[in-house]
Ligand binder design. Structure first.
Ligand SMILES: CC(C)(COP(=O)(O)OP(=O)(O)OC[C@H]1O[C@@H](n2cnc3c(N)ncnc32)[C@H](O)[C@@H]1OP(=O)(O)O)[C@@H](O)C(=O)NCCC(=O)NCCS
Length: 154
């Protein structure tokens, strides 16, 4: 497989929004409160534009024969009450037809390498409790649970 992991550029925002829609198709199963097609709403476009432009961030695409098949991005995360310098992965995913081929791991390894070069000491991320494939994936790569988000409808 001829897969390239490379930095994204700002002119690729429309392609990213389309890619994001393809990747996170299962999220409504994990979160009934999710705004469907969020990345295509004005708020979603603004969110991704900011993620692209983060000076403290890293945004990588996985590309195969000119086709975008996955991405990962993140940036610094401040925890006032913790000692280490944290990097947070905000999004990571691969299109459904390319899952299970090592591309997620390739993206994860590259962003971890990047964070290490920038002297980050720990990596943090959020994952839906019901997203068992992502939880297995991260645990295989050495991530451990540190906190659990709870919610209740009033
Ligand atoms: C989670 C995700 C990124 C994994 O990417 P992937 O390319 O399919 O994973 P890889 O092929 O690189 O697998 C790497 C390792 O994780 C394991 N893994 C991946 N998916 C798994 C699954 N569904 N169940 C169990 N283990 C899994 C693989 O077995 C592999 O282990 P190995 O190194 O021992 O062989 C992918 O399933 C995805 O894009 N999901 C939708 C988006 C998403 O939920 N992202 C996470 C948001 S928090």
């Amino acid at each position: 497989m001829d897969i390239q992991i490379r930095e994204a550029t700002i002119d690729e925002l429309p392609a990213l929004l389309e890619l994001n829609q393809k990747i996170f198709v299962k999220n409504p199963q994990f979160d009934r409160d999710l705004i469907l097609d969020f990345s295509l709403t004005p708020e979603g476009i603004e969110y991704f534009k900011k993620e692209f432009k983060r000076e403290d961030g890293c945004f990588l695409f996985a590309e195969q024969n000119g086709k975008l098949i996955g991405y990962v991005n993140g940036g610094s995360k401040k925890f006032a009450h913790r000692k280490s310098k944290y990097f947070e992965i905000d999004n990571l995913g691969v299109i459904p037809e390319e899952k299970g081929k090592g591309i997620g791991k390739l993206l994860l390894d590259k962003i971890l390498e990047w964070a290490k070069r920038k002297d980050y000491q720990k990596i943090y991320l959020n994952c839906y409790a019901k997203n068992s494939e992502a939880l297995s994936f991260y645990k295989k790569s050495g991530f451990n649970e540190i906190d659990i988000g709870l919610e209740k409808t009033l």
